[in-house]
Design a protein around this ligand. Structure first.
Ligand code: F6R
Length: 612
């Protein structure tokens, strides 16, 4: 949700910022811009479209500068055009800002500024910040830092703002509340970014700026101050990220790379936690809160999108194995209905990015009401893990494709480990069930690798169906959330309308849609619901529907009944989503690519949704 890069030091700022913006483009890609300070003057270049369009615009222009800021945008206020692209300038043109987030009370501030004579060029909330800082600085005759501090007291919302000022040419000032900001520490240079990916090739040492902190960043110095203007000692952390993990590595798309990485990422998520031979399962973060889990009267899972689907799978797992009642809530809905939190409730927050604003504010609300919050996140050091009482990282590595794939299966891997561990400790899983599950879990990376060998076969099926306009995805039990996820992947990357439903619900409405032009994808692997789902398939076939079925290997009954099958290895029912979702990811990927779409950056989407 908007990517920010800043540089100050001895290098040429432009190439550093441009490369950084390309790395952050997954956060938003409707326009991009850059401001450089050249001999005391600001040079600003902005362009609607992708970072490559900005690069083309700037080609041949003079870009020499050792300090600058850049931005790649996901529009909230104002159309994605050149004018609304960041950086934005103050009225006197001396101050440039880039902003990630939303200023909720911008309209009243803007009105007030207009009355004072300010003239705005575009429609963004962000442009207001530049003018507001200028106005406050002038009114109070104060230094920039003080003006920023005063402005922060007046604005409501979420933000990272980085400010470049002609009158303060030796520093960048950055502030954060509710959106991420990382500062890379180099020798005589500093890098600012929305995540560590633009920084990693220059330095491993980073500081994650906290909410309400102000960072004054000079080539040789990083001064961090809290909201009371007290200097803080920056907590320098070592980055645990490899450059290769944020590059395509020979694949056509990040989405493809990330789908194919899944055996390794699931393995990474089990590494150091699972030892099936010794019957050991250890999740560090869980250990300390095991009593809270065992005694929980209720668990509430909070998440959005794909992470919410992982939460639905977890509901089935936890209820079955640990016998704890679970509610799975869209974080955005939970937050605003004055949620009831009782003593003994445990909140499980699931988020790839760890920055999703809806999830973040929901868990803050739950925490305030006394709940124990356990975070399941991928990005180390992100906001959600930081505000959670405890948690477990999913270890999927950076996910760059906007449509989530490997993060989903890594989430499932962590969630099933939680369910198994709590169930075992609570005594609701017998030792033999426990050992069986551990052994089955250990085999999942190999089973996922088996499914990936079907890539070409799935591509052929994609070719057959790429022209259809609507799809239905159906599954029962553990496979119902898989159906939802399959439908979401398809609509995200191919723009084909797709719905996911519990298969039994079909006859309560969606069956009205069934006809020859509606492909129905059934997830019909062998489990407790198998015979029922076979009946549901019959119902679709009886109405001339086209059926693609994900079945277990050796299932000749369904092979004969349906139009196309994708056979996957069998596993324990609770682990089947980890295997069964893979063909649906590949189907969506191939249909998107066949339709000539940029599957890594679907239209209108952005990764890491840091606005509510
Ligand atoms: C879908 C997708 C989104 C995210 C959702 C939550 O492919 O990626 O639906 O799952 O925006 O994001 P996180 O998991 O970062 O909280």
């Amino acid at each position: 949700m908007c990517g920010i890069v800043g540089y100050i030091g001895n290098r040429q700022a432009y190439p550093v910022i441009l490369k950084g913006l390309k790395r952050l483009e997954y956060r938003g890609y409707d326009s991009a811009g850059i401001a450089l300070l050249q001999e005391g003057q600001l040079a600003v270049h902005k362009k609607q479209g992708k970072v490559a369009d900005l690069e083309e615009l700037v080609a041949g222009k003079r870009v020499q500068a050792n300090i600058g800021i850049g931005h790649t945008r996901w529009a909230t206020h104002g159309a994605p055009n050149d004018i609304n692209a960041h950086p934005h300038l103050s009225g006197d043109g001396k101050l440039a800002i880039v902003h990630n987030g939303i200023i909720e009370n911008y309209a009243s501030i803007k009105k007030d500024l207009i009355q004072k004579g300010h003239r705005f060029l575009g429609d963004t909330d962000s442009e207001v910040i530049a003018h507001f800082i200028e106005e406050i600085k002038r009114q109070n005759q104060c230094a920039l830092e003080e003006a920023i501090r005063l402005v922060l007291k007046r604005i409501v919302g979420a933000y990272v703002i980085v400010i470049l000022d002609c009158d303060n040419p030796g520093e960048l000032i950055a502030v954060r509340k509710g959106s991420p900001l990382v500062i890379g520490i180099g020798k005589g240079e500093h890098f600012l970014a929305s995540d560590a990916s633009p920084i990693i090739e220059y330095t491993q040492e980073v500081v994650y700026v906290n909410d309400y902190e102000i960072a004054i960043v000079r080539p040789d110095e990083l001064v961090l101050k809290n909201s009371s203007n007290e200097v803080q000692t920056p907590y320098i952390q070592k980055l645990d990220m490899e450059l290769a993990s944020i590059e395509k590595d020979g694949y056509d798309y990040f989405m493809q790379k990330e789908i194919f990485e899944q055996p390794q990422r699931i393995f990474d998520s089990l590494r150091g936690r699972l030892n099936a031979q010794k019957g050991r399962l250890t999740l560090g973060g869980l250990h300390q809160y095991m009593d809270a889990f065992i005694q929980a009267n209720r668990m509430v899972i909070l998440a959005c999108g794909t992470s919410w689907h992982a939460g639905l799978v977890a509901e089935y797992m936890i209820e079955k194995m640990a016998r704890i009642p679970v509610e799975v809530e869209y974080a955005s809905e939970f937050r605003y209905r004055d949620p009831i939190i009782n003593k003994g409730d445990v909140i499980l927050a699931i988020s790839q990015s760890g920055e999703t604003a809806d999830t973040l504010v929901a868990i803050e609300e739950a925490k305030e009401k006394g709940a124990v919050v356990f975070g399941v996140c991928n990005v180390v050091g992100a906001s959600i893990p930081r505000v959670s009482h405890a948690g477990a990282y999913t270890h999927a590595g950076p996910e760059i494709g906007v449509a989530s794939t490997k993060a989903f299966t890594a989430q499932l891997t962590v969630l099933v480990q939680i369910a198994i561990k709590v169930g075992y400790e609570k005594g609701t899983l017998s030792p033999s069930q426990y050992f069986n599950l551990l052994h089955a879990l250990e085999q999942i990376p190999d089973k996922v690798a088996e499914v990936l060998k079907k890539d070409q076969e799935i591509k052929e099926i994609a070719r057959k169906y790429e022209g259809y306009k609507d799809f239905l995805f159906l599954g029962r039990g553990y496979n119902f959330p898989v159906a939802l996820e399959g439908a979401l992947k398809l609509k995200e990357v191919s723009y084909i309308h797709a719905e996911g439903y519990p298969a039994a619900e079909m006859k309560h409405g969606p069956i009205a849609l069934v006809e020859e032009s509606l492909p129905v994808v059934f997830i019909a692997t062998r489990d407790a619901h198998y015979s029922k789902i076979v009946s549901n398939i019959q119902e679709v076939k009886a109405r001339n529907g086209k059926v693609i079925a994900v079945v277990n290997e050796g299932d000749d009954t369904l092979r004969e009944l349906v139009d196309d099958v994708i056979a996957v290895p069998e596993t324990e029912e609770a682990l089947a989503p980890l295997v069964n979702v893979i063909p649906l990811q590949l189907l969506a990927y191939h249909i998107g690519v066949l339709k000539n779409l940029d599957v890594d950056k679907p239209r209108n989407l952005a990764k890491s949704v840091t606005v509510e």
